[in-house]
Ligand binder design. Structure first.
Ligand SMILES: [Fe+2]
Length: 308
């Protein structure tokens, strides 16, 4: 995929088309959501809200699916509160009623199963934007390994998932009221040279303010500290640079380091929206952008991003 394909295919979903979406007809109201308000001063032509959710961790499985997936579902469903599908449905309904579009920044599924894929197809509305998370890959590979098969690689997994997710992989963009949202797959903590080239192409060609959306947040000291506290790993506060694996991969990958350095100097970057940590965190990323991390959608968490 090149940048021209992306601008043709994904760019021009307008706010007008999405504003006409009907409210949910199945009794789901979105009123159970815990919605946190965020204001992003991007210089929009007209203010608009976006509903940002992440980490729903669907754990559905059909009876006929393999025993490893049954096991995974049994183990993880209670961990994520047993109501993940309801949380997703509430989010979709809330976005339809109150927002311009829904943004999901990954780990929509806890692991790949036919039942989870059917839920993705059933619930994610056309016009939503999003990125994949590490669970869309790692548990697929992990489960295949357990079952004694080689399992698919990242490219094959992505190709398969792209049939179910209604947004482009591994990078997608849309323009709303003069603001560009770019969602990219950084689910292993890094970005590729091709993603960077496409991102820069979008920024240069449009000349518009940008909101970057992805699963794994980019390292900042505040986000790293919060992440360590939450996951009870590397809790050495005196040595905050002692980092977590995701941030170590970011640090050791030259392409990702160069991208982060460029983003910090890019005045058109107005905000980063991410997930992965399962808790709400925010920290300044650059002079022009704050990075906001959404808590797990499995706990009915959502962020109302008011772009002004
Ligand atoms: Fe997650």
């Amino acid at each position: 995929m090149n940048g021209n394909d992306m601008t043709r295919g994904e760019f021009l979903l307008s706010s007008l088309a999405l504003a006409a979406l009907p409210a949910s007809a199945d009794g789901v109201t979105g009123d159970k959501l815990k919605v946190k308000d965020i204001v992003v001063e991007a210089g929009a032509e007209k203010p608009f809200p976006v509903l940002h959710v992440s980490d729903t961790h669907l754990t559905a499985v059909y009876p006929a699916e393999d025993k490893w997936k049954q096991e995974m579902s049994r183990a993880d469903t209670p961990i994520f509160g047993k109501r993940q599908e309801e949380a997703l449905a509430e989010s979709v309904a809330y976005a339809k009623a109150h927002c311009n579009f829904l943004l999901h920044t990954g780990d929509l599924m806890d692991f790949v199963s036919a039942a989870n894929l059917d839920l993705v197809r059933r619930h994610l509305p056309p016009g939503c934007l999003g990125a994949l998370g590490n669970h869309e890959y790692s548990h697929y590979g992990w489960l295949a390994k357990k079952a004694g098969t080689a399992g698919p690689g990242r490219e094959d997994t992505r190709k398969m998932l792209s049939k179910f997710y209604p947004f482009r992989l591994p990078i997608a963009a849309k323009v709303v009221n003069g603001v560009v949202f770019v969602a990219l797959d950084d689910s292993d903590g890094t970005v590729s040279a091709d993603q960077v080239a496409q991102f820069r192409n979008v920024v240069t060609k449009t000349g518009k303010p940008v909101v970057l959306c992805m699963h794994v947040p980019f390292y900042t000291l505040g986000i790293c500290k919060a992440s360590k506290r939450w996951w009870k790993k590397g809790t050495d506060e005196a040595n905050p640079e002692l980092s977590l694996p995701d941030f170590e991969r970011q640090r050791s990958d030259q392409t990702t380091q160069d991208f982060i350095r460029y983003l910090k100097e890019e005045p058109r970057l107005k905000c980063i929206l991410s997930g992965h940590l399962h808790r709400t965190v925010e920290d300044r990323f650059s002079q022009t952008a704050v990075q906001y991390v959404a808590a797990g959608n499995f706990s009915f968490a959502a962020q109302m991003v008011r772009v002004v």
